[in-house]
Design a protein around this ligand. Structure first.
Ligand SMILES: *Cc1c(COP(=O)(O)O)cnc(C)c1O
Length: 480
């Protein structure tokens, strides 16, 4: 047996490259990253290719090791070229963010040391770091010390956690679901619908509250609808507002909704996945006044703090609600019981073993300090306003509501023909040009173009490029 074990050991040892092998692969990987970043200003924001990554399939997973050069070539050709380039400042569609460099180094360190960030006993320092970050964000929202939360993989999972916490806090039973009412708006992100379903609440009554001309929930209507639901014997349960809708960047009247939620004893959830970090600016604090009245909030550092994908945060004002939904014990975990003031992430989320996400946030925040984040967010707000003014100077373009945050909606009205078809073609032309990437939506049934400024790499020059591309493409299409 020993002989067999030693033979297997000899083979398995190749999983531990020696220092020379490590530095060879690492240097090439680092160089690849450096080449990418050196070129980032010239790289397109969107690339159409015939090859949609299928070259990867020609190199199947099998017993044979491959060299790093070959693999980086495969990566470049099949993964890092076709489609959207979210690292580009020219990414002005959906909700961008960019991906700041020091987060990559945080991930690198987290992966090398592989600390077990799920449980305090295993890694008290990692858990303290994550809780400290959660605390910082809870303070930003204006929550009291009873609040805590969890670093999740993104806004969708964070919203799910909040909705589950709400369900537990209000003790919603299966037999009551058909009488239980959730209030939201047609502008709620679709991950909310998804989360309601996953949480087993999709058979609740769902009321879409009417919107004003700027796509914000009308509080008076919310109040009236709650009243009539009560009179009908239903159970008003939860209201979900947005602090920055994805479509237009609208911020619901958070304070007024908060007052209604308080007097009607509803759970008040705010999806601030997109807009939340504008709280770092004076303007953001003003427009999101009332956010502290909520019971739960979601924010996405991979949007508003420009992190690479993989970090959303749920904050819950009374952390017991989140804990109640997720706390379990097991015999094989008995050594991990320890009396401490710190909640372990495993007690506040569906995850047990998890990525040590805190480090990818902590490292850049500490290395940069908050000042450049604040400045970048203020810059994005102004860039959106700049675009809003400039696009109206180009004949043919009309705009939607004045931007509340950093999303602008607009469309081109052609001299003749169908405007929806024209705008669809226009967006295709912009994407094919590729220097900048924009996306579209339907507003009141109209095909509408969106500008979303949130990448830390988007600057004045980028917006001027977009204006130029739009002007030239629209002109070409008009004169075809
Ligand atoms: C992006 C976004 C989400 C979803 O978050 P993910 O991080 O993509 O899962 C939810 N709500 C709003 C308002 C968003 O902008």
């Amino acid at each position: 047996m020993k002989g067999k074990i030693r033979a297997l050991e000899a083979i398995s040892k190749s999983l531990e490259p020696n220092s020379g092998e490590r530095s060879d692969v690492r240097d090439k990987v680092v160089q690849y990253g450096e080449d990418f970043l050196d070129e980032i200003d010239e790289l397109k924001a969107y690339v159409f290719t015939e090859n949609k990554g299928s070259g990867l399939l020609e190199s199947p997973i099998n017993e044979d090791p491959a060299g790093i050069e070959t693999l980086l070539e495969l990566l470049l050709e099949n993964v890092d070229t076709p489609g959207l380039n979210p690292a580009s400042g020219g990414h002005l569609g959906y909700i961008p963010g960019g991906g700041i460099y020091y987060s990559a180094l945080g991930d690198y360190l987290a992966d090398i040391t592989n600390r077990y960030a799920g449980i305090f006993f295993a890694s008290p320092g990692s858990v303290r770091m994550e809780n400290m970050l959660v605390r910082w964000m809870a303070d930003l929202v204006g929550y009291p010390s009873s609040a805590s939360g969890n670093l999740a993989s993104g806004g969708s999972i964070a919203n799910l956690s909040a909705i589950v916490a709400a369900r537990e806090a209000h003790n919603i039973k299966a037999k009551d679901i058909e009488k239980t009412v959730i209030y939201l708006s047609s502008q709620a992100h679709h991950c909310i619908d998804k989360a309601i379903r996953i949480a087993g609440l999709h058979e609740c009554v769902q009321r879409q509250i009417p919107l004003d001309s700027q796509f914000r929930m009308i509080p008076e209507d919310l109040e009236k609808i709650i009243q009539s639901d009560k009179e009908a014997g239903l159970i008003p349960f939860m209201v979900i507002a947005s602090a920055g809708t994805t479509d237009v960047g609208a911020v619901d009247p958070l304070e007024e909704i908060g007052k209604i939620a308080r007097s009607r004893e509803l759970w008040y959830h705010i999806d601030a996945a997109y807009g939340g970090f504008f709280l770092l600016t004076e303007y953001g604090k003003e427009i999101m006044k009332g956010i502290e009245m909520s019971d739960s909030v979601v924010m996405d550092p991979h949007k508003g703090l420009f992190l690479p994908y993989g970090l959303g945060v749920v904050l819950v004002k009374d952390v017991h609600a989140l804990n109640k939904a997720h706390q379990y014990q097991a015999n094989y975990m008995q050594d991990a019981l320890e009396s401490t003031d710190e909640y372990s992430p495993a007690d506040l989320s569906p995850e047990l073993t998890k990525h040590f996400r805190g480090l990818r946030l902590w490292l850049p925040l500490k290395l940069h300090g908050l000042k450049p984040f604040r400045a970048a967010l203020e810059e994005k707000l102004l860039l959106a306003r700049y675009f809003y003014e400039e696009i109206q100077k180009i004949p043919g373009f009309v705009v939607g509501p004045e931007p509340e945050l950093s999303v602008v909606t607009y469309r081109y009205i052609p001299k003749k023909g169908d405007a929806d078809a024209f705008n669809k073609k226009l967006i295709d032309a912009v994407q094919r040009d590729g220097r900048v990437f924009i996306s579209s939506t339907l507003l009141d049934g109209h095909f509408t173009l969106r500008l979303a400024v949130l990448s830390f790499r988007t600057h004045l020059k980028t917006i001027d490029t977009l204006l130029e591309v739009l002007k030239i493409k629209a002109n070409e299409m008009e004169n075809l």
